[in-house]
Structures are given as structure tokens and as C-alpha cells.
Ligand binder design. Structure first.
Ligand SMILES: [Zn+2]
Length: 337
């Protein structure tokens, strides 16, 4: 390996030969290889990170290209799973890094296997269901992880070190209510906001890997408003995960969504707990060009690929698809979970 290739990186204070050796030996898993994951991967591979595992279930689609830096029209036309297209691109940039492509959805039954055997887990996903699962596994296996999120012009990032910092459950008791938050599908996503917030996550990653001085805390960025806040969430003395070691999202005790086919081309999605949604409020947040009708009890959204019926108690039907995974994917893209 040609160390000269990395000379500008090695020269950094806090890196030097010793830090670079740690980066070369580092094993990282990236969950999600879209807008955030691409920005993470492109940087990690260029500094010679030893091993990167990519976990993502999607294929490359044309609408990804406006925000996802890893892909091009070749990947859309073939079409390739995102992890395969990403591996090809990353290998072309730097063959010093070993890339493992896992075209899988992160679930309870495979989470420990996919997230295990690494020094750091990076969350580059778009939903809290997956993040709570990552939090359970990371605390159980004692692996640091970096929470990252982006929507619209805003981004959040926090390094979570089991036993050292607050964990996600210390900050949030449970997955937010259905539709409580905007999604990238409904609010859009500004790629530069994703790249800026991943710069925070990458710097935290470098600190963790090189045992540098911690600068932990939750960063909240609004690039349009020009604001950048840093808060330090308190460790909850009664956290079910990092204090009591109850991993309910991993064990399946807490189910945030159950999905079943009910008739031809109709899928029922249950939120796992009774909710009391403000449907008119949610309808107001949808883009004006969406075809939807709404009462206090039912929100109906007509999409090109399916229709979504969402009830006040959080239950919903996706009409027009007969595949439960596809129904869940459509629902989660438009309604946050
Ligand atoms: Zn905790």
C-alpha cells in the first residue's frame, strides 16, 4: 500500500501514523447507502478504512440521482441493488478497502449478524424503527454507533457510546407516532444538508476510531435558517436499554409495525400500539399536488403506485399492492414511522 496516497490525511493532528494504522484496521458497518450513506462511504473509502459493510435493501432508481452521490444512470438502467452499485463505485475509487455488500433489510432476526464484528455502526437510514433496533444491538454488543438523520434542509447527528453517553432510548422513550415527522418523500431533501451533517458524523467516527478526544453531543443543523445547535442529552437513570439491558426492539417484544395481506391487493399495517393521530394536521404537511381527502377519522392519499388509507388510531390499508414488503415500503416512504 502506498502511504503517500494518504499523506494529506495522515498529516492531520490526531491522525498521524498511529491513527492511520487504526483507520486501516477499522471495521465499520453502514446501514443505508442512500443520500447519507453515500456521503459517508465516499469519505471513508478515500481515507483507506480497512473494512466497510454496506446494508441496504433497495435498488437504484432515477429519483435517487438528485441527492445520492454514489450512483449514475448506468446503475438505474441495469438496474442494480444499491449495495452492488455502491461496491463497484467504491472499489473503483480505492482498492485498499474491503467492501462487503449485503442486499438486506435490517430486521430483528439478522440484526446481530449484520451489525456484529465491527468497531463502529453508522446509521444512515430514514426511519426510527431501524434506529431503535440499531440502538438495542449496539448497546447489547457494546459497539459505538452514530445516529444521523436528514430531511428537508435539516439534519441531526449524535455519536452514541454504550456506557459513556446517553443512548437513543435515553433521549426518546419510543418510536414517534405514525406520521409525526416529515419524510424525505413529502418534505424533500437537500443533499448539501446531508453532506454537511455527515461531516459531523465522519469527524465523530474518526475520533472514535483513533481514540481521539470526544466531542460528543447531539448536533442539530438547519442549513436554510443558518443555525447549528449542540445539545448534550442526559443519561436516563432508568433507561430500559443502557441501564436495564432490555432489548425489546431486538427481541420483538416491542413491535412498531405489523403487516399482513388482507384480500387481493390490500395490505393492512398495524402500528403496534393504539395511537391518536391528528390527521388534518398531517394532511396539511403533505405537498399540495398530492391527491388526498381527509376527515378527523380517515386520511386517504391517492398515489400513482397505490392508495393509502390511514385511520386516527394509526392503522392503515395500502390498496393496489399484493406484496406486504412493497406495501410497507410505500407506506413508510410517505408516512414517517
Ligand atoms: Zn439509554
Amino acid at each position: 500500500m502506498d502511504a503517500h496516497k494518504y499523506s494529506r490525511f495522515i498529516r492531520l493532528a490526531g491522525v498521524q501514523d498511529e491513527g492511520f494504522e487504526k483507520v486501516r484496521n477499522a471495521r465499520i458497518v453502514l446501514v443505508g447507502i442512500g443520500t447519507l450513506g453515500g456521503a459517508y462511504a465516499l469519505n471513508l473509502v478515500r481515507i483507506g478504512t480497512g473494512f466497510i459493510r454496506l446494508v441496504d435493501r433497495d435498488i437504484v432508481e432515477e429519483h435517487n440521482l438528485s441527492t445520492q452521490l454514489l450512483y449514475d444512470m448506468y446503475d438505474v438502467q441495469h438496474p442494480l441493488p444499491k449495495v452492488t452499485a455502491a461496491k463497484n463505485r467504491l472499489n473503483a475509487i480505492n482498492q485498499d478497502c474491503e467492501i462487503e455488500a449485503c442486499p438486506s433489510e435490517l430486521r430483528q432476526d439478522n440484526a446481530e449478524e449484520l451489525l456484529g464484528g465491527v468497531d463502529l455502526i453508522i446509521d444512515a437510514t430514514d426511519n426510527f424503527e431501524t434506529r431503535f433496533l440499531i440502538n438495542d444491538v449496539a448497546v447489547k454488543l457494546n459497539i459505538p454507533w452514530i445516529y444521523t438523520g436528514v430531511v428537508g434542509y435539516t439534519g441531526v447527528c449524535m455519536a452514541i457510546i454504550p456506557g459513556v453517553t446517553a443512548c437513543l432510548r435515553c433521549m426518546m422513550e419510543r418510536v414517534p407516532d405514525t406520521g409525526e415527522l416529515p419524510t424525505c418523500e413529502t418534505a424533500g431533501v437537500w443533499a448539501a444538508a446531508a453532506q454537511t451533517i455527515t461531516a459531523v458524523g465522519l469527524t465523530e467516527a474518526l475520533r472514535i476510531i483513533t481514540d481521539g478526544k470526544p466531542e460528543f453531543g447531539l448536533s442539530e443543523l438547519d442549513i436554510q435558517a443558518g443555525t447549528w445547535k449542540k445539545v448534550h442529552p442526559e443519561w436516563s437513570g432508568d433507561c430500559p436499554v443502557c441501564v436495564h439491558h432490555e432489548y425489546s426492539y431486538l427481541s420483538g417484544k416491542t413491535v412498531s409495525q405489523s403487516v399482513k395481506l388482507c384480500g387481493r391487493e390490500m395490505v393492512h399495517i398495524s402500528p403496534g400500539r393504539q395511537q391518536n393521530l391528528n390527521l388534518p394536521g398531517m394532511a396539511d404537511l403533505l405537498p399540495a399536488d398530492y391527491e388526498c381527502t381527509c376527515t378527523e377519522d380517515l386520511l386517504h392519499i391517492k398515489l400513482p403506485e397505490a392508495e393509502i388509507y390511514l385511520f386516527k388510531d394509526g392503522r392503515s390499508f395500502v390498496k393496489g399492492v399484493s406484496d406486504t414488503e412493497r406495501a410497507k415500503s410505500i407506506f413508510n416512504r410517505y408516512i414517517s414511522v
